[in-house]
Write a protein that binds this ligand. Sequence first.
Ligand code: PXL
Length: 276
Amino acid sequence: MSYKRILTIQDISCVGQCSLTVALPILSACGLETAIIPSAVLSTHTAGFSGFTVRDLTDDIPGIEAHWQKENILFDGIYTGYLGSTKQIEYVKHIIKTLVKPGCPSIIDPAMADNGKLYPAFDAQYVEAMKTLAFSADMILPNITEACFLTDMEYRETYDHQYIESLVAKLAQAGSKTIILTGVGYSPDKTGVVVWQNDKLSYYEHRKIEKGCHGTGDVYASAFVGALMSGKSVFDSARIAADYTVRCIEFTQGDAKHWYGVKFEPLLGELIKAIQ
Ligand code: PXL
């Protein structure tokens, strides 16, 4: 098996099982050397904790990039998640050009919204900047809310196949090459992932667990990237990541104290088996 090095850029939420504290272990478990640029350091994530501390690391990024360029450090892929500012989005676009080997994938999780709303740190200007990053990337992994913000389409709680197809069509028209749209369910007890690649739409449906857990978007995106970089197809990676995320939610549900994330660590063995 070839040994690959990936760069992931997202925040460190010191407690809360999201972003880098999820991406690093999952990507490592998938056998990838993982380099990081922390976009910010927070004491916890912002969804449910109050009084968290934030240190923005935007101004450190150009120096890290320049050092790596001097050292001829290049990556076999880049995956970004929660970013700290619109300026960081510009830096990420530059890093994709300078530090990623030609032909290697840029994978963007626009990590900025859920359930019809932007996360507290973001505004319309951030959305506009994210459009420029998302639509120039090789692959994007939005949920329905993020896809709506990226396309200026109305967000709906209930929808049909036509609504989802027009959402995907708008993303594609705007420049998306490969789209993995998460959280798409057409019946109350099911959810799934829509994959759009090479002008073809496919759908992987799976069981929906009522308990919505924080951090599952990061678990999903990291497992997807881990599977993809291990040589799985886009559809198989989307399926493997969905199965793993469902297992993590199942394993966590019932523990009211664990409201802030999912217990993904004890199930890493299942992910490793799935990608072998
Ligand atoms: O999981 C997305 C995420 C990542 N990082 C921080 C967040 C969130 C979601 O709220 O607050 C800091």
